[in-house]
Design a protein around this ligand. Structure first.
Ligand code: AMP
Length: 290
């Protein structure tokens, strides 16, 4: 998870290389549909161009189909999915079905000024899909402009207006709601994604190692839904408090005895003696001085 330009794609590509498991970028899948002019691509075109989100049902169907491919059997990195709570819920069910729980959920944290700089400079090689940044990570190797079939393009949705809308959508539908969803699972990790790409990779790997990797807890559990609370009837409220009162009473005398000053303890002993004497049968009771 991360705002547009937070570097999810770049880092996911590095993890893909290091661990030999596929990066599954829903954005890339949609762009492929768009390039091939499939019905889904045609439908997604406008939504993507406006910075909106493609509907949850479609996205879940895409992920279901992709995860059933052989290369995902040993693991996978989801990049840009889930983006809504409904997608996260759907993913939880799907992974439970497949028996492949998540190991970690990573949120890439970058401040908004940095995001603007990154996104305005981002360029993708049309041929090999490598991502560069004219401000921070200039094109290299075969992707230097003018060489062979490699040519760099700016994503249409990286233009300023669309970018702002994507950022707004991310804040509203993804960052808080989805991280809140995963906060209950113990899988959530936040990575400071500012600075050099290598530094971020080190932080990311460090955080994944610290989280215990494959030994991390099983599938995400949905957070409990808030049920409107009705006030119990007075009698029920009293009953609910009773055991607590009893326990408090049990503990209290000890605390009081230990804390009471000497004089108070002496008085207490006297009172206790008197009441014990009153409780004794009359025959054994000493005559009162009165
Ligand atoms: P990305 O390359 O991840 O920034 O995605 C580019 C665009 O594809 C987004 O702005 C959305 O319009 C669309 N998209 C990608 N992933 C999702 C998703 N999980 N849910 C909805 N829309 C998505």
């Amino acid at each position: 998870m991360g705002a547009p330009g937070s570097g999810k794609g770049t880092q996911a590509q590095r993890l893909e290389k290091q661990f030999g498991i596929p990066q599954i970028s829903t954005g890339d899948i949609l762009r492929k549909h768009l390039a091939e002019g499939t019905p889904l691509g045609l439908r997604a075109k406008e939504i993507m161009a406006s910075g909106g989100y493609v509907d949850d049902e479609t996205m879940l169907a895409i992920i279901r189909a992709r995860l059933s491919q052989a290369d995902a059997a040993q693991g996978f990195i989801l990049d840009g999915f889930p983006r809504t709570v409904a997608q996260a819920e759907g993913l939880t069910k799907l992974l439970a079905e497949l028996g492949t729980p998540l190991d970690a959920v990573v949120l890439f944290d970058v401040n908004n000024d940095q995001l603007v700089k990154r996104v305005s400079g981002r360029r993708t090689c049309e041929f090999c899909k490598k991502v560069f940044n004219v401000n921070f990570a200039p094109p290299s190797g075969e992707c230097i402009p003018g060489r062979a079939e490699h040519s760099l393009v700016q994503r249409p949705d990286d233009h300023e207006d669309t970018f702002k809308e994507r950022l707004r959508k991310y804040e509203e539908d993804t960052r808080k709601p989805v991280s809140h969803y995963y906060a209950y699972t113990g899988l959530m990790r936040t990575v400071d994604a500012e600075g050099a790409i290598d530094e971020v990779t080190q932080r990311l790997l460090g955080t994944l190692k610290a989280g215990g990797g494959a030994a991390a807890p099983v599938a995400a559990k949905a957070p409990k839904k808030r049920v409107p609370q009705r006030r119990a009837k007075p009698a029920a409220r009293k009953a609910a408090r009773r055991p607590v009162r009893k326990a408090a009473k049990k503990a209290a005398p000890k605390r009081r005895a230990a804390a009471a000053p000497k004089k108070a303890r002496k008085v207490a002993r006297k009172v206790k003696r008197k009441s014990a004497a009153r409780a004794r049968p009359a025959r054994t009771r000493r005559k009162s001085k009165r």
